[in-house]
Each structure stands twice: as C-alpha cells, then as structure tokens.
Design a protein around this ligand. Sequence first.
Ligand SMILES: *Cc1c(COP(=O)(O)O)cnc(C)c1O
Length: 370
Amino acid sequence: MSAKFNQRLASIPGYTPGVPKGQTAEDVAGSDLAQLASNESPHPPLPQVVEAIGEAATSMNRYPDPDATRLRGRLAEIHGVGPERIAVSNGSCEILLAAGGAILEPGAGVVYAWPAFSMYPNLAAMAGADEVRVPLAEGEVHDLEAMLAAITPETRLVMVCNPNNPTATYLPHSEVGAFLERVPPEVTVILDEAYIEFQQGDDPSGSVRLVEEFDNLVVLRTFSKSHSLAGLRVGYSISSPEFKAAVDAVRQPFSVNALAQAAATEALDHEAAINGQIAASIAERERVEAGFAAIGLETAETAANFSWVSLGERGEQIEQAVVADLAAAGIVVRPGRLLGGPGRLRISYGTREENDRMLASLGESVGRHS
Ligand SMILES: *Cc1c(COP(=O)(O)O)cnc(C)c1O
C-alpha cells in the first residue's frame, strides 16, 4: 500500500514554468536567452533596493515581522487607506490561494473569465468548490454582463483580472464600478491588478477608491512585474479589514520574508525611477506592437507589459512549430494552448535588443510555416 493523499490533489492543475525544462532561473540570468514567457520586468532591481536587501541580510537569525508593519504602513500611506486594510503576502498568488481557503468550500461557487490567470482554476480545485468559467467577449475582454448572469446563490467569489493575463486587455474602472453595483454584497470580488501600472487610461488609485465604496472588493497588487521583484515574492491586497483577517487566519504568520519586506519598502521610496522603467516598457510595447503588425499578426489591445498575438487562421496548426523555432533561437514565449488560447502566443516585452531578436525570429518562422 502506498501513502494516501487528499482526493482533490488529482484535480489541481500544475504550474508550467516559463523557463525551459532542465534550466534554472540562474542559468537564464547568465545567458543571452530572451526570457519573454513570464511577464517579468527586463530591468534589474534598483541599486538602492539591492543595498536594502544586503543590509537586511545581516539579521537573518531573526524571524521577520509577522505584521510587516513598515511595509504595510508605507502602502497605507501611499494609497490613503488604513493599514488594517492591507495584507502583504508571499507574492500576490499567496493571497489568491488564501482567499480560496478562507472563502470557498464544497458546495460554494467561484466565477471567473476564461482565458484569465492560470492560477484561478486552482482555487476551486483545492477547496472542492464549483467553478464557472465565463468566456471572454469580443475583443478578448471580460464579459461582465455574462459574469453577472453566472452568479448564483452559491457563488462566494468572483475574479476579475484587469489588465487580463493572458490577453492584456483592460476594462476602465468605471465599468468595474458599475459591475460592483450589481454584484450581491455577500460575494467577494477579487480585482487582480498585477499589471495596472502599465495601463494609461485610468488613474490606478480609482480601484482603491472603489474598495472604500464596496466592502466586498479586494484589490490585488504585486511587486513582481512593475517593481522588478518577481524573485523575492511580494504582493499585497487592499480590502475590508474582515477580508485581511480571513486570509491571515489560513496562512502561516511568517510568509513574507525579511529580505522581501526590506526590498519592497525601499522600492516604494523610488517611484520616479520605477515609473521611468514602466515608461520604457510602454515605449517598447508600441514598437513591438508595430513589429507584430508589420509581420501581419493581429494582437488583442494591450494595456500590459506583454502582447497576446494571434497566429492567424492556421494558428492552431503552426503554434507548436513557431514556439519551437523561437526556442531554438534562444527566445522563450508562452504557447497560447497552455493558457486557454490555442493558436496564440503570449509574449512579454524584454529589452530593446531582445524584442528585436524576437520580432526577427517570429517573422521568419511565421513566414516559413504559413
Ligand atoms: C504575475 C501575476 C500575478 C502576480 O503573482 P505574484 O505571486 O505576485 O508574483 C498575479 N496575477 C496575475 C494575473 C499575474 O499575471
């Protein structure tokens, strides 16, 4: 007899890493591989942030502050809310998973758009809850009307990914606000804003003001993308104090390590430099999107640091060959087939040189297979 495991284990989707099999992130860092598969920042962390990590390293014999008091205090100040509304976490994924644990159970339901973030299917699977995936509307945007229609008395959680991963599309906060007016107040809405800094139409603080208006709204942010700290794992939520207390109850007290707390706190003091990096990514976005158009490839309207590229009518047939050609040229992208969008590629913006290399190889490959 072998050991017995939770029956739900079989239904939990595994994570497919963006780094090629057999290679580690360290291998990628030292190589000229263009890692365009995980929507990371191509900019290394700021020198002041690296220095803060070094300083914090000297007290690693101590446990971190379980309340992340300094980091939560700074975030509260910046967003103009009380610290009791801020939960920081080991990447924003920790809050997502903790929300599943705190809110869902067998018989309860969760609603989300599809394709959206690949982690969402884990929530229902881990809790043994029921899920409804609502197909995206025309233009690969969330179909909020259909999502409202999918809410039943069993529904406890709705996820809205904005800008959406993998399609990069964005819904204005005014539409999210109108949606919240119609969601029953006992249903928690998680607004996942991992890429909010890269959209230019809305003031990012608009969603935080919605949290003050709607007690059931949770805004999720991360230091992984715009703040170049994916490797340290820091994210946070802005919510009601009740939601924060609920996620704290289902996770370990020391989930955000001391280096991560120090680095994120320091990064918040350098918003001008970080905004400069974000602006550089947005400039690359315009160039890369023009490059896709020049090859004859259509994309969804992007408000993020990546594009969702359609490979055309024969996309499903050529997707694997194109991904293999790019990999052979040292360029890693995400096959849409793994993200709920066969016939497409999700491509993050790298450095200017990486983007040029990607466009040249992609053009060549698509030309050959079409
Ligand atoms: C990258 C990403 C996250 C952030 O994950 P972390 O755990 O904070 O690194 C969250 N949501 C979406 C949609 C993402 O793409």
